[in-house]
Design a protein around this ligand. Structure first.
Ligand code: SAH
Length: 218
């Protein structure tokens, strides 16, 4: 059972987490504000409730994990989210990253390939009043019917950048994606320039669960 209370203790723990993320180098105040607001303990199983505000990843079932808060903050900061941005997330999982983007004013489409996680997060969002277009399917193909997007964020490790995601970016759009092998991945920022060309900036190294699909790991 998931408990649905957000206590003073939880709020206090979130404040400490925000402080820790600041010390680790997160500078975007909007990102830090969103982390300070979203009740992460409600996105994970009760067994881990008391550790919810540690900067750690936790299992969310189906062999998947909720990303570490630092990783969520790092990727979100790279997205330069603005209110009203049309954003596509690949890998809904627990919905925590999605909730951060919604809290920041994004119009969000998020795709998850595991049916159990999709069903669980869909009903949780309804209960919490988070509005997003949640889709069950292979996000490595993007979402042509909802494209183009201002921003795209991939929260699973890809062997390469899926061409369809680049195609579904608006001019000036940003794609954040971890690319590598099954052990470690390098975070990439891809920006679609006015002439349609792509600037690709490689950043720090992380460890994600694999992106599995048509244009990803088979
Ligand atoms: N953003 C999530 C992180 C979950 S881990 C959170 O905040 O909790 C990554 C998720 O990507 C997993 O749930 C996994 O099932 C999903 N995934 C992997 N490959 C996918 C694909 N091709 N399309 C959609 N989701 C995918």
């Amino acid at each position: 059972m998931l408990s649905d209370k957000d206590t003073y203790k939880d709020k206090g723990a979130r404040r400490l987490l925000v402080k820790e993320l600041r010390e680790k180098g997160i500078v975007d105040e909007h990102v830090l504000q969103a982390i300070g607001k979203v009740p992460r303990h409600l996105f994970i199983h009760n067994d881990f409730r008391h550790h919810a505000y540690l900067d750690k990843a936790f299992p969310i079932g189906e062999g998947q994990t909720i990303s570490q808060p630092y990783t969520v903050a790092y990727q979100t900061q790279l997205l330069h989210v603005e209110k009203g941005d049309c954003i596509l997330e690949i890998g809904t999982g627990s919905g925590y990253q999605a909730a951060i983007l919604i809290e920041m004013g994004a119009k969000l489409t998020s795709i998850e390939r595991q049916e159990k996680l999709f069903v669980k997060t869909s009903s949780f969002f309804k209960k919490m009043g988070y509005h997003a277009n949640l889709i069950l399917g292979d996000g490595s193909n993007g979402s042509p019917e909802n494209a183009p997007f201002d921003k795209i964020i991939v929260t699973a490790g890809a062997p390469k950048v899926p061409e369809s995601l680049v195609n579904q970016l608006k001019i000036g759009g940003i794609l954040i994606i971890p690319v590598g092998d099954n052990k470690t991945q390098t975070m990439h920022t891809l920006i679609k320039k006015t002439d349609g060309s792509i600037e690709d900036i490689a950043m720090d190294v992380f460890r994600f669960v694999p992106l599995i699909g048509n244009q990803a790991w088979q």
